[in-house]
Ligand binder design. Structure first.
Ligand code: C2O
Ligand code: CU
Length: 489
Protein backbone atom coordinates (compact mmCIF):
# COMPACT_ATOMS: atom_id res chain seq x y z
CA UNK A 1 0.00 0.00 0.00
CA UNK A 2 1.39 3.31 -1.02
CA UNK A 3 0.53 5.63 1.78
CA UNK A 4 1.70 8.84 0.27
CA UNK A 5 -0.51 9.49 -2.66
CA UNK A 6 -3.28 7.05 -1.96
CA UNK A 7 -3.15 5.93 -5.55
CA UNK A 8 -1.10 3.80 -7.84
CA UNK A 9 2.11 5.57 -8.67
CA UNK A 10 2.98 5.90 -12.32
CA UNK A 11 5.33 3.23 -13.65
CA UNK A 12 8.11 5.75 -13.84
CA UNK A 13 7.55 6.74 -10.25
CA UNK A 14 7.90 3.23 -9.02
CA UNK A 15 10.67 2.05 -11.32
CA UNK A 16 13.45 0.84 -9.12
CA UNK A 17 12.44 3.07 -6.27
CA UNK A 18 9.41 1.32 -4.91
CA UNK A 19 9.15 -2.05 -3.30
CA UNK A 20 11.92 -3.85 -1.53
CA UNK A 21 14.88 -1.98 -2.95
CA UNK A 22 13.91 1.08 -1.07
CA UNK A 23 12.17 -0.20 1.99
CA UNK A 24 15.02 -2.29 3.28
CA UNK A 25 17.14 0.67 4.24
CA UNK A 26 17.60 2.46 7.49
CA UNK A 27 16.67 -0.52 9.59
CA UNK A 28 13.34 -0.94 7.83
CA UNK A 29 11.78 1.84 9.89
CA UNK A 30 11.55 4.14 6.94
CA UNK A 31 9.13 3.88 4.09
CA UNK A 32 10.06 4.47 0.47
CA UNK A 33 9.58 8.02 -0.66
CA UNK A 34 6.26 8.16 -2.53
CA UNK A 35 6.58 9.89 -5.88
CA UNK A 36 3.41 11.67 -7.00
CA UNK A 37 2.51 10.13 -10.37
CA UNK A 38 2.60 12.19 -13.54
CA UNK A 39 -0.90 13.10 -14.65
CA UNK A 40 -1.58 11.71 -18.12
CA UNK A 41 -3.33 14.26 -20.31
CA UNK A 42 -5.76 13.66 -23.15
CA UNK A 43 -5.43 15.56 -26.38
CA UNK A 44 -8.63 17.21 -27.51
CA UNK A 45 -8.51 19.38 -30.65
CA UNK A 46 -4.80 19.91 -30.22
CA UNK A 47 -5.23 21.02 -26.63
CA UNK A 48 -3.79 19.21 -23.68
CA UNK A 49 -6.55 18.31 -21.23
CA UNK A 50 -5.91 17.23 -17.66
CA UNK A 51 -8.46 16.07 -15.10
CA UNK A 52 -8.26 16.62 -11.39
CA UNK A 53 -10.78 15.53 -8.83
CA UNK A 54 -10.58 16.86 -5.29
CA UNK A 55 -11.68 13.99 -3.06
CA UNK A 56 -11.74 12.86 0.54
CA UNK A 57 -9.84 9.77 1.60
CA UNK A 58 -7.67 8.14 4.21
CA UNK A 59 -3.86 8.27 4.18
CA UNK A 60 -1.09 6.59 6.09
CA UNK A 61 0.94 9.70 6.80
CA UNK A 62 2.19 8.08 9.99
CA UNK A 63 3.06 4.39 9.55
CA UNK A 64 0.13 2.17 10.47
CA UNK A 65 -2.16 5.09 11.30
CA UNK A 66 -5.18 5.94 9.15
CA UNK A 67 -5.67 9.68 8.87
CA UNK A 68 -8.63 11.24 7.06
CA UNK A 69 -7.19 13.53 4.37
CA UNK A 70 -8.05 15.31 1.16
CA UNK A 71 -6.26 14.95 -2.17
CA UNK A 72 -6.51 15.33 -5.91
CA UNK A 73 -7.17 12.02 -7.70
CA UNK A 74 -6.11 10.23 -4.52
CA UNK A 75 -6.25 10.55 -0.78
CA UNK A 76 -3.42 13.04 -0.28
CA UNK A 77 -1.51 15.58 -2.43
CA UNK A 78 -2.05 15.39 -6.16
CA UNK A 79 -0.44 14.09 -9.32
CA UNK A 80 2.30 16.12 -10.98
CA UNK A 81 1.06 18.01 -14.01
CA UNK A 82 3.68 18.49 -16.71
CA UNK A 83 3.24 20.71 -19.75
CA UNK A 84 5.41 22.59 -22.23
CA UNK A 85 5.76 26.23 -22.97
CA UNK A 86 3.41 27.00 -25.86
CA UNK A 87 0.91 24.26 -24.95
CA UNK A 88 -2.70 25.20 -24.59
CA UNK A 89 -3.79 23.36 -21.49
CA UNK A 90 -7.20 22.81 -20.02
CA UNK A 91 -7.57 21.39 -16.54
CA UNK A 92 -10.97 20.04 -15.58
CA UNK A 93 -11.20 20.29 -11.82
CA UNK A 94 -14.10 18.51 -10.13
CA UNK A 95 -14.98 19.08 -6.51
CA UNK A 96 -16.05 15.93 -4.67
CA UNK A 97 -15.39 17.52 -1.28
CA UNK A 98 -18.13 18.41 1.17
CA UNK A 99 -17.37 22.11 0.77
CA UNK A 100 -16.45 24.77 -1.78
CA UNK A 101 -12.84 24.90 -2.89
CA UNK A 102 -10.79 26.56 -5.64
CA UNK A 103 -7.67 25.48 -7.50
CA UNK A 104 -4.97 28.10 -7.98
CA UNK A 105 -1.99 27.69 -10.33
CA UNK A 106 0.75 29.18 -8.18
CA UNK A 107 3.47 30.91 -10.20
CA UNK A 108 1.57 30.67 -13.48
CA UNK A 109 1.19 33.54 -15.90
CA UNK A 110 -2.43 33.31 -17.04
CA UNK A 111 -5.66 35.27 -17.39
CA UNK A 112 -7.20 36.21 -14.06
CA UNK A 113 -10.37 34.23 -14.68
CA UNK A 114 -8.25 31.08 -14.97
CA UNK A 115 -6.20 31.89 -11.86
CA UNK A 116 -8.23 29.83 -9.43
CA UNK A 117 -8.22 32.37 -6.65
CA UNK A 118 -11.17 33.20 -4.40
CA UNK A 119 -13.17 34.46 -7.39
CA UNK A 120 -13.36 31.06 -9.05
CA UNK A 121 -15.22 28.91 -6.50
CA UNK A 122 -15.93 25.29 -7.36
CA UNK A 123 -19.02 24.22 -5.46
CA UNK A 124 -19.38 20.64 -4.16
CA UNK A 125 -20.32 18.48 -7.13
CA UNK A 126 -19.18 21.17 -9.54
CA UNK A 127 -16.47 21.28 -12.18
CA UNK A 128 -14.32 24.19 -13.31
CA UNK A 129 -12.29 23.96 -16.49
CA UNK A 130 -9.82 26.80 -16.97
CA UNK A 131 -7.84 26.91 -20.19
CA UNK A 132 -4.74 28.91 -21.03
CA UNK A 133 -1.56 28.94 -23.05
CA UNK A 134 1.60 28.17 -21.12
CA UNK A 135 3.71 31.22 -21.76
CA UNK A 136 6.68 31.19 -19.42
CA UNK A 137 9.99 29.45 -19.09
CA UNK A 138 10.61 26.01 -17.63
CA UNK A 139 9.89 26.06 -13.91
CA UNK A 140 8.54 24.12 -10.96
CA UNK A 141 5.14 25.59 -10.16
CA UNK A 142 2.37 24.15 -8.03
CA UNK A 143 -1.36 24.06 -7.56
CA UNK A 144 -3.41 24.36 -4.38
CA UNK A 145 -6.78 25.58 -3.09
CA UNK A 146 -7.32 29.29 -2.52
CA UNK A 147 -10.81 29.68 -0.98
CA UNK A 148 -10.77 32.84 1.06
CA UNK A 149 -10.20 32.22 4.77
CA UNK A 150 -9.60 28.47 4.58
CA UNK A 151 -6.67 28.06 2.18
CA UNK A 152 -4.47 26.88 5.03
CA UNK A 153 -6.95 24.20 6.11
CA UNK A 154 -7.45 22.87 2.60
CA UNK A 155 -3.72 22.60 1.97
CA UNK A 156 -3.12 21.10 5.42
CA UNK A 157 -5.74 18.43 4.75
CA UNK A 158 -3.67 17.41 1.74
CA UNK A 159 -4.56 19.43 -1.33
CA UNK A 160 -1.36 20.36 -3.17
CA UNK A 161 0.46 19.20 -6.29
CA UNK A 162 3.31 20.20 -8.57
CA UNK A 163 2.94 21.73 -12.03
CA UNK A 164 6.17 21.40 -13.98
CA UNK A 165 6.69 23.54 -17.06
CA UNK A 166 9.23 22.36 -19.65
CA UNK A 167 10.78 24.22 -22.54
CA UNK A 168 13.37 23.58 -25.25
CA UNK A 169 16.11 25.50 -23.49
CA UNK A 170 15.87 23.48 -20.29
CA UNK A 171 15.53 20.20 -22.22
CA UNK A 172 18.85 20.85 -23.93
CA UNK A 173 20.71 21.09 -20.61
CA UNK A 174 22.69 18.30 -19.08
CA UNK A 175 20.62 18.28 -15.87
CA UNK A 176 18.82 15.29 -14.39
CA UNK A 177 15.29 15.31 -15.82
CA UNK A 178 13.98 11.76 -15.73
CA UNK A 179 10.94 12.20 -13.50
CA UNK A 180 10.84 9.80 -10.58
CA UNK A 181 14.28 8.43 -11.46
CA UNK A 182 16.80 11.25 -11.07
CA UNK A 183 14.40 14.20 -11.10
CA UNK A 184 12.53 13.92 -7.85
CA UNK A 185 9.72 16.07 -6.47
CA UNK A 186 9.80 16.76 -2.73
CA UNK A 187 6.78 18.40 -1.16
CA UNK A 188 7.87 19.29 2.37
CA UNK A 189 5.19 20.01 4.95
CA UNK A 190 4.41 19.61 8.61
CA UNK A 191 1.37 18.43 10.49
CA UNK A 192 0.01 17.77 13.98
CA UNK A 193 -1.99 14.70 14.95
CA UNK A 194 -4.59 13.95 17.57
CA UNK A 195 -4.26 10.70 19.52
CA UNK A 196 -6.72 8.95 17.24
CA UNK A 197 -4.62 9.82 14.19
CA UNK A 198 -6.83 12.58 12.85
CA UNK A 199 -5.22 15.85 11.86
CA UNK A 200 -5.13 18.38 14.66
CA UNK A 201 -6.70 21.45 13.09
CA UNK A 202 -6.47 23.71 16.12
CA UNK A 203 -5.07 27.08 15.13
CA UNK A 204 -2.18 28.09 17.35
CA UNK A 205 -2.13 31.77 18.29
CA UNK A 206 -0.42 33.69 15.44
CA UNK A 207 0.94 30.48 13.95
CA UNK A 208 -2.21 28.73 12.80
CA UNK A 209 -1.53 25.17 11.67
CA UNK A 210 2.21 25.10 12.31
CA UNK A 211 2.92 21.40 12.73
CA UNK A 212 5.28 19.38 14.89
CA UNK A 213 5.72 16.41 12.55
CA UNK A 214 7.64 16.71 9.29
CA UNK A 215 5.96 15.14 6.26
CA UNK A 216 7.55 14.65 2.84
CA UNK A 217 5.41 13.68 -0.17
CA UNK A 218 2.66 12.77 2.28
CA UNK A 219 4.57 10.48 4.66
CA UNK A 220 6.80 10.78 7.70
CA UNK A 221 10.39 9.52 7.68
CA UNK A 222 10.72 8.51 4.03
CA UNK A 223 13.79 6.98 2.44
CA UNK A 224 14.97 7.60 -1.10
CA UNK A 225 17.13 4.91 -2.70
CA UNK A 226 18.81 6.86 -5.47
CA UNK A 227 19.19 5.24 -8.86
CA UNK A 228 21.84 7.65 -10.08
CA UNK A 229 24.90 9.41 -8.72
CA UNK A 230 23.37 12.80 -9.52
CA UNK A 231 19.88 13.70 -8.38
CA UNK A 232 17.79 16.79 -8.92
CA UNK A 233 15.23 17.55 -6.24
CA UNK A 234 12.40 19.93 -7.03
CA UNK A 235 11.46 21.02 -3.54
CA UNK A 236 8.21 22.77 -2.68
CA UNK A 237 7.52 24.21 0.73
CA UNK A 238 3.87 23.15 0.98
CA UNK A 239 3.60 23.83 4.69
CA UNK A 240 1.08 26.31 5.95
CA UNK A 241 3.44 28.27 8.22
CA UNK A 242 6.84 26.64 8.57
CA UNK A 243 10.00 27.92 6.92
CA UNK A 244 12.47 25.16 6.05
CA UNK A 245 16.23 25.61 6.12
CA UNK A 246 17.45 22.58 4.17
CA UNK A 247 20.85 21.08 4.70
CA UNK A 248 22.46 17.67 4.33
CA UNK A 249 23.51 15.84 7.47
CA UNK A 250 27.19 15.91 6.48
CA UNK A 251 27.02 19.55 5.38
CA UNK A 252 27.94 18.54 1.84
CA UNK A 253 27.71 21.27 -0.76
CA UNK A 254 24.98 21.06 -3.35
CA UNK A 255 23.93 23.24 -6.26
CA UNK A 256 20.89 25.45 -6.40
CA UNK A 257 19.82 25.43 -10.05
CA UNK A 258 16.32 26.88 -9.97
CA UNK A 259 14.11 29.26 -8.03
CA UNK A 260 10.31 29.74 -8.15
CA UNK A 261 10.10 30.88 -11.76
CA UNK A 262 12.84 28.99 -13.57
CA UNK A 263 16.50 28.15 -13.75
CA UNK A 264 19.18 30.41 -12.34
CA UNK A 265 21.78 31.78 -14.76
CA UNK A 266 24.39 29.44 -13.34
CA UNK A 267 24.42 26.78 -10.59
CA UNK A 268 25.19 28.19 -7.16
CA UNK A 269 27.02 25.97 -4.73
CA UNK A 270 25.66 26.24 -1.21
CA UNK A 271 25.37 24.23 1.98
CA UNK A 272 21.82 25.17 2.84
CA UNK A 273 18.73 26.51 1.14
CA UNK A 274 15.88 28.28 2.84
CA UNK A 275 12.30 28.25 1.56
CA UNK A 276 9.18 29.71 3.13
CA UNK A 277 5.62 28.51 2.45
CA UNK A 278 4.88 28.55 -1.29
CA UNK A 279 8.51 28.85 -2.42
CA UNK A 280 10.33 26.28 -4.51
CA UNK A 281 13.99 25.48 -4.88
CA UNK A 282 15.53 23.10 -7.42
CA UNK A 283 18.75 21.56 -6.22
CA UNK A 284 21.23 19.08 -7.68
CA UNK A 285 23.18 16.88 -5.32
CA UNK A 286 25.89 14.36 -6.12
CA UNK A 287 26.07 11.05 -4.30
CA UNK A 288 28.80 8.51 -3.79
CA UNK A 289 27.87 5.01 -4.96
CA UNK A 290 27.50 3.75 -1.40
CA UNK A 291 26.37 7.04 0.11
CA UNK A 292 24.16 7.44 3.12
CA UNK A 293 23.05 10.96 3.80
CA UNK A 294 20.03 12.71 5.27
CA UNK A 295 18.28 15.84 4.08
CA UNK A 296 17.48 17.80 7.23
CA UNK A 297 15.84 20.96 8.43
CA UNK A 298 18.24 22.96 10.58
CA UNK A 299 17.81 26.04 12.69
CA UNK A 300 18.04 29.42 11.10
CA UNK A 301 20.68 32.00 11.29
CA UNK A 302 19.75 34.57 13.89
CA UNK A 303 19.06 37.11 11.16
CA UNK A 304 15.55 35.74 10.78
CA UNK A 305 14.65 36.28 14.39
CA UNK A 306 14.08 39.23 16.58
CA UNK A 307 15.27 39.04 20.13
CA UNK A 308 11.83 39.53 21.56
CA UNK A 309 10.40 37.01 23.96
CA UNK A 310 6.87 37.88 22.91
CA UNK A 311 7.29 37.19 19.21
CA UNK A 312 6.07 33.83 17.94
CA UNK A 313 9.00 31.66 16.91
CA UNK A 314 7.40 29.83 13.95
CA UNK A 315 9.52 26.79 14.76
CA UNK A 316 12.67 28.46 13.48
CA UNK A 317 14.79 26.72 16.09
CA UNK A 318 13.56 23.24 15.24
CA UNK A 319 15.92 20.71 13.74
CA UNK A 320 14.78 17.40 12.28
CA UNK A 321 15.37 14.87 9.51
CA UNK A 322 13.28 15.04 6.36
CA UNK A 323 14.57 12.33 4.03
CA UNK A 324 17.25 9.68 4.23
CA UNK A 325 19.01 9.02 0.95
CA UNK A 326 21.19 6.11 -0.12
CA UNK A 327 23.50 6.00 -3.12
CA UNK A 328 22.85 3.80 -6.18
CA UNK A 329 25.53 1.25 -5.31
CA UNK A 330 27.38 1.88 -8.57
CA UNK A 331 27.57 4.41 -11.35
CA UNK A 332 29.90 6.83 -13.02
CA UNK A 333 31.03 10.03 -11.42
CA UNK A 334 28.60 12.52 -12.90
CA UNK A 335 31.25 15.16 -13.67
CA UNK A 336 30.73 18.90 -13.63
CA UNK A 337 27.35 20.61 -13.95
CA UNK A 338 26.80 22.88 -16.93
CA UNK A 339 27.95 26.37 -16.02
CA UNK A 340 25.28 28.12 -18.05
CA UNK A 341 21.70 27.24 -17.22
CA UNK A 342 19.56 30.16 -18.24
CA UNK A 343 20.85 32.71 -20.72
CA UNK A 344 17.58 34.65 -20.65
CA UNK A 345 17.75 35.59 -16.97
CA UNK A 346 20.09 38.48 -17.70
CA UNK A 347 20.85 41.50 -15.59
CA UNK A 348 18.27 43.20 -13.43
CA UNK A 349 15.82 45.25 -15.48
CA UNK A 350 16.17 48.99 -15.82
CA UNK A 351 13.36 50.35 -13.68
CA UNK A 352 14.20 54.04 -13.97
CA UNK A 353 10.99 56.00 -14.06
CA UNK A 354 8.90 52.91 -13.35
CA UNK A 355 5.63 53.29 -11.45
CA UNK A 356 6.26 52.63 -7.75
CA UNK A 357 3.93 51.08 -5.20
CA UNK A 358 4.47 50.14 -1.60
CA UNK A 359 3.07 47.35 0.48
CA UNK A 360 3.45 47.58 4.24
CA UNK A 361 2.82 44.28 5.98
CA UNK A 362 1.74 44.70 9.57
CA UNK A 363 -0.50 42.87 11.97
CA UNK A 364 -2.45 40.74 9.48
CA UNK A 365 -2.90 43.73 7.20
CA UNK A 366 -1.31 45.12 4.05
CA UNK A 367 -1.27 48.92 3.85
CA UNK A 368 -3.58 49.03 6.87
CA UNK A 369 -6.31 46.92 5.31
CA UNK A 370 -7.45 43.36 5.44
CA UNK A 371 -8.60 41.52 2.35
CA UNK A 372 -12.01 42.56 1.09
CA UNK A 373 -13.08 40.44 -1.82
CA UNK A 374 -15.18 43.27 -3.22
CA UNK A 375 -12.37 45.85 -3.14
CA UNK A 376 -9.71 46.31 -5.80
CA UNK A 377 -6.58 47.61 -4.11
CA UNK A 378 -4.33 48.26 -7.09
CA UNK A 379 -5.06 48.90 -10.75
CA UNK A 380 -2.25 48.19 -13.22
CA UNK A 381 -3.06 49.85 -16.50
CA UNK A 382 0.21 49.95 -18.35
CA UNK A 383 2.77 47.49 -19.68
CA UNK A 384 6.32 47.33 -18.43
CA UNK A 385 8.04 47.21 -15.10
CA UNK A 386 6.89 48.51 -11.76
CA UNK A 387 8.89 48.73 -8.57
CA UNK A 388 7.12 47.32 -5.55
CA UNK A 389 8.57 48.05 -2.14
CA UNK A 390 7.42 45.46 0.38
CA UNK A 391 8.11 46.10 4.06
CA UNK A 392 7.69 43.71 6.93
CA UNK A 393 6.77 46.05 9.78
CA UNK A 394 6.25 43.24 12.26
CA UNK A 395 8.65 41.59 14.66
CA UNK A 396 7.93 38.22 13.13
CA UNK A 397 8.42 36.77 9.69
CA UNK A 398 6.15 37.12 6.66
CA UNK A 399 6.52 36.38 3.01
CA UNK A 400 5.00 38.05 -0.02
CA UNK A 401 3.51 36.35 -3.07
CA UNK A 402 2.21 37.94 -6.27
CA UNK A 403 -0.12 36.11 -8.66
CA UNK A 404 0.26 36.02 -12.47
CA UNK A 405 3.90 36.99 -12.63
CA UNK A 406 7.48 36.27 -11.71
CA UNK A 407 9.49 39.15 -10.31
CA UNK A 408 13.14 40.04 -9.86
CA UNK A 409 14.54 41.15 -6.53
CA UNK A 410 16.21 44.53 -6.84
CA UNK A 411 17.19 44.76 -3.20
CA UNK A 412 16.57 43.04 0.08
CA UNK A 413 17.90 44.20 3.39
CA UNK A 414 18.03 42.81 6.89
CA UNK A 415 18.35 39.19 5.71
CA UNK A 416 21.14 38.57 3.36
CA UNK A 417 20.02 37.71 -0.11
CA UNK A 418 20.38 34.10 -1.20
CA UNK A 419 21.03 32.53 -4.61
CA UNK A 420 17.26 32.19 -4.93
CA UNK A 421 16.76 35.93 -4.89
CA UNK A 422 19.00 36.19 -7.96
CA UNK A 423 16.42 34.30 -10.02
CA UNK A 424 12.77 34.61 -10.96
CA UNK A 425 10.60 34.63 -7.87
CA UNK A 426 6.90 34.73 -7.11
CA UNK A 427 7.24 34.50 -3.32
CA UNK A 428 9.86 36.09 -1.11
CA UNK A 429 10.65 35.62 2.56
CA UNK A 430 10.84 38.77 4.67
CA UNK A 431 12.61 38.66 7.99
CA UNK A 432 11.27 40.91 10.77
CA UNK A 433 11.82 44.49 9.66
CA UNK A 434 12.97 43.51 6.16
CA UNK A 435 12.32 45.70 3.14
CA UNK A 436 12.45 44.23 -0.36
CA UNK A 437 12.22 46.11 -3.63
CA UNK A 438 10.86 44.02 -6.46
CA UNK A 439 10.79 44.61 -10.20
CA UNK A 440 7.33 43.38 -11.14
CA UNK A 441 5.91 43.18 -14.64
CA UNK A 442 2.55 42.21 -16.06
CA UNK A 443 2.39 41.31 -19.72
CA UNK A 444 -0.38 40.24 -22.10
CA UNK A 445 -3.82 39.30 -20.94
CA UNK A 446 -4.65 42.90 -20.39
CA UNK A 447 -8.34 43.48 -20.20
CA UNK A 448 -9.05 40.40 -18.16
CA UNK A 449 -10.31 42.79 -15.47
CA UNK A 450 -10.85 40.15 -12.83
CA UNK A 451 -8.66 40.43 -9.76
CA UNK A 452 -5.42 38.69 -9.00
CA UNK A 453 -4.09 38.47 -5.45
CA UNK A 454 -0.95 39.49 -3.62
CA UNK A 455 -0.54 38.24 -0.09
CA UNK A 456 1.50 36.76 2.68
CA UNK A 457 1.80 33.07 1.79
CA UNK A 458 2.13 32.05 5.41
CA UNK A 459 -1.33 30.65 5.20
CA UNK A 460 -2.66 31.63 8.60
CA UNK A 461 -1.77 35.23 7.83
CA UNK A 462 -3.27 34.96 4.36
CA UNK A 463 -6.46 33.47 5.77
CA UNK A 464 -6.63 36.24 8.37
CA UNK A 465 -6.79 38.70 5.48
CA UNK A 466 -3.18 39.68 4.86
CA UNK A 467 -4.01 39.92 1.18
CA UNK A 468 -4.97 42.46 -1.44
CA UNK A 469 -6.33 42.41 -4.97
CA UNK A 470 -5.09 43.95 -8.20
CA UNK A 471 -6.39 44.07 -11.73
CA UNK A 472 -4.47 44.36 -14.97
CA UNK A 473 -6.47 46.47 -17.42
CA UNK A 474 -6.08 48.54 -20.56
CA UNK A 475 -5.26 52.20 -19.84
CA UNK A 476 -8.44 53.90 -18.70
CA UNK A 477 -10.43 50.70 -18.46
CA UNK A 478 -12.37 50.04 -15.29
CA UNK A 479 -12.30 46.76 -13.36
CA UNK A 480 -15.38 44.57 -13.49
CA UNK A 481 -17.73 46.33 -11.06
CA UNK A 482 -19.44 43.36 -9.48
CA UNK A 483 -16.41 41.46 -8.32
CA UNK A 484 -16.82 39.63 -5.11
CA UNK A 485 -20.37 38.60 -5.74
CA UNK A 486 -19.17 35.02 -5.57
CA UNK A 487 -20.93 34.48 -8.87
CA UNK A 488 -18.10 35.69 -11.06
CA UNK A 489 -18.33 32.77 -13.36
CU1 C2O B 1 0.15 29.90 -3.62
CU2 C2O B 1 -2.28 33.24 -3.72
O1 C2O B 1 -1.14 31.53 -3.67
CU1 CU C 1 2.70 36.65 7.18
Amino acid sequence: VLAGCGQEPSPVGVGGNGGGGNGGNAGGARRPLPIPPLLEPRTVDGNTVFSLEAVTGTSEILPGVATPTWGYNGSILGPTIRARRGDIVRVEVSNRLPEMTTTHWHGMHLPARMDGGPHQPILPGGTWAPEWRIDQQAATLWYHPHPHGVTGKHVYRGLAGLFIVDDDASDSLDLPRDYGVDDIPLIVQDRRFDDDGTLDETDLPDMGLLGDTPVVNGVTDPHFAAMARRVRFRILNGATMRVFNLRFSDGRPFAIVGSDGGLLDTPRTVENACISPGERVEIVVDLAADDKVTLRNVRFADSLEVDDGDAPDFGLDDEFDLLTISGPGAGEDPGALPTELNTTLGALPDTDGARRRSFDMEWFQINGRRMDISRVDEVIDHPGWEVWTVSNKDNWIHNFHVHDTQFRVLSLDRTSTTPLTDGWKDTILLAPGAVATLAVRFTDYTSTRWPYMYHCHMMYHEDQGMMGQFVVVEPGEAPVPAIGSGLDQ
